[in-house]
Design a protein around this ligand. Structure first.
Ligand SMILES: Cc1cc2nc3c(=O)[nH]c(=O)nc-3n(C[C@H](O)[C@H](O)[C@H](O)COP(=O)(O)OP(=O)(O)OC[C@H]3O[C@@H](n4cnc5c(N)ncnc54)[C@H](O)[C@@H]3O)c2cc1C
Length: 479
């Protein structure tokens, strides 16, 4: 069974009894709760897309481990074509869902981690790579949904892990003959409670003395000691109280749902431990994950979101009779320019990807173009949101509810005063969709996901070859 159906995925998750809390209450049925259900539906759609012949090339790959056709979400990229298809998967799933492909961070952790532990094994004679490949075979064979746990809570960012509450960074608290005990938390974990597994890796470059923090492992949902505390915001309240989901901005797949995942002395058997104390490799581990994730997150996933915003905004301009006005055309074109620039950088990052480390067979994207993709998106997405708000007018933030439209006493007023070239209901539905993008969680989410702009600035400044550029200028200037 290398490819599960959406139904098989749902049935599988239904059998796992994870400890999940939302709004202070225990979620007893993850499949049925109005908010957690959106994550299940999004994942189910991704399973469905993998079985659709139209998307086979993007959504599936041939496993280098088993030779079987598997979900690309569980594939380790073997060439630049794989990298390009990986990015295209992020684009496609964003266009289809308007929210996360929740298996995306897990895929990028798998690729980044495989690359670094291949190197660790080669240098130190450890057997992490073989363990990770055994685990990957298991994932692929059962087509499991896996999230990626990278971001620690970090507490006081000015202090190292041992200068503050030691649990602010996830760490090993005990080593046993059969495994390790870990404690800490990972925050902002995309869709983690609707996964079968989570692959955890370090968040930071650790130093000597911080060996307990240099840890990577896999943990199955439902494992004793793991608790998911879901994000909670006005959109959560809206969804939890709204009887008709069609009156919500993204009716089926909702917001990007995350949780704070607590690891309260969780036992991890050795066969699931993929790094244990190798502090000198943690910086490279983070960088290799980031190479994958910035290409996919900045240059593909958010391009898919931008496509939805651009499409909705263009439609709104048609609804309100603005589509042919010159400044509206300029603004819509600028939106397309921003998002296609990021997309081009992702494709360039994939095409210029290289085997890393040599001999591993693992391909990672070009660092420069991947970082530029994400950095461009960090700034560009705000501008896209602003331009959508400009063209759509104030309605996305001032509109009444469709319930008012349905009220016989005031409904006729709404219909009369909010109609345009189309009915009030049509315009309000679209305004609500735009509200979901421009007046909610997506601005900060896009800026921070895969690291804030400063993380990409630092990388860009480090890897950009300023010296060669100086030499070019020097030669022509006759210096
Ligand atoms: C919607 C969403 C989904 C996400 N999904 C996942 C996921 O599935 N898995 C996962 O592991 N993570 C996930 N993330 C986490 C994401 O990678 C982080 O939000 C991001 O790396 C920033 O970390 P932070 O939120 O702790 O912010 P902070 O680290 O507090 O950053 C805030 C600001 O402080 C700056 N800063 C922080 N520390 C320092 C320092 N030491 N020196 C100088 N400046 C500093 C940063 O550059 C930034 O400007 C997700 C985030 C979002 C918003």
């Amino acid at each position: 069974m290398a490819l599960r159906s959406a139904q098989e995925y749902i049935e599988g998750i239904g059998k796992i009894h994870s400890k999940i809390y939302l709004g202070g209450e225990r979620v007893t049925d993850v499949l049925d709760h109005p908010t957690t259900k959106t994550v299940i539906q999004a994942n189910a759609k991704v399973y469905e897309l993998s079985q659709d012949p139209e998307y086979r090339e993007i959504m599936t790959a041939k496993s280098h481990l088993t030779g079987e056709v598997i979900s690309r979400n569980l594939h380790i990229c073997q060439n630049t074509k794989d990298l390009e298809m990986r990015a295209e998967m992020a684009l496609l799933t964003s266009q289809k869902l308007g929210t996360c492909n929740y298996r995306c961070p897990g895929c990028d952790v798998l690729n980044g981690l495989a690359s670094i532990i291949y190197e660790i094994d080669k240098d130190l004679g450890t057997e992490y790579y073989k363990r990770l490949m055994d685990f990957t075979r298991y994932l692929q064979k059962n087509d499991l949904a896996m999230s990626g746990g990278v971001t620690d809570t970090k507490g006081d960012r000015g202090k190292r892990p041992l200068q503050q509450d030691p649990d602010m960074f996830l760490h090993i608290v005990e080593k046993k003959s059969d495994g390790i005990m870990v404690r800490g938390a990972k925050q902002h974990q995309s869709g983690a409670y609707a996964s079968d597994e989570t692959l955890v890796m370090p968040t930071l470059a650790y130093r000597e003395g911080e060996e307990d923090y240099a840890v990577a492992f896999a943990v199955a949902n439902g494992t004793e000691g793991v608790t998911f505390i879901c994000q909670y915001n006005p959109y959560t309240v809206e969804r939890n109280t709204e009887a008709d989901i069609h009156q919500l901005g993204n009716p089926i797949y909702g917001q990007r749902e995350t949780s704070l995942v607590i690891f309260d002395d969780v036992f991890i058997p050795w066969e699931r431990v993929f790094m244990c104390g190798e502090v000198h490799y943690t910086q490279r581990a983070v960088m290799r994950f980031a190479k994958m994730h910035r290409m996919n997150c900045g240059g593909a996933c958010k391009v898919g979101f931008a496509d939805l915003i651009i499409g909705a905004t263009r439609m709104m301009a048609e609804f309100t009779g603005l589509a042919e006005i010159p400044h509206i055309i300029t603004k819509l074109t600028r939106m397309a320019q921003i998002s296609e620039t990021s997309h081009a950088c992702a494709i360039a990052a994939a095409h210029k990807g290289v085997e890393e480390p040599e001999g591993s067979g693992i391909f990672l994207p070009d660092d420069l173009f991947g970082n530029v993709a994400k950095l461009n998106t960090c700034y560009g997405f705000w501008e896209i949101m602003a331009l959508a708000g400009d063209i759509a007018g104030g309605l996305p933030v001032t509109m009444p509810s469709e319930k008012d439209l349905d009220n016989p006493e005031i409904g006729p007023y709404i219909e009369k005063y909010l109609k345009s070239a189309v009915s009030a209901r049509k315009r309000m539905r679209l305004a609500k969709f735009i509200q979901n993008w421009v007046a909610g969680l997506h601005g900060v989410g896009t800026w921070q996901g895969a690291g804030s702009a400063e993380a990409q600035m630092l990388t860009l400044h480090r890897i950009f070859d300023f010296e060669s550029r100086k030499a070019m200028a020097k030669e022509l200037a006759g210096l």
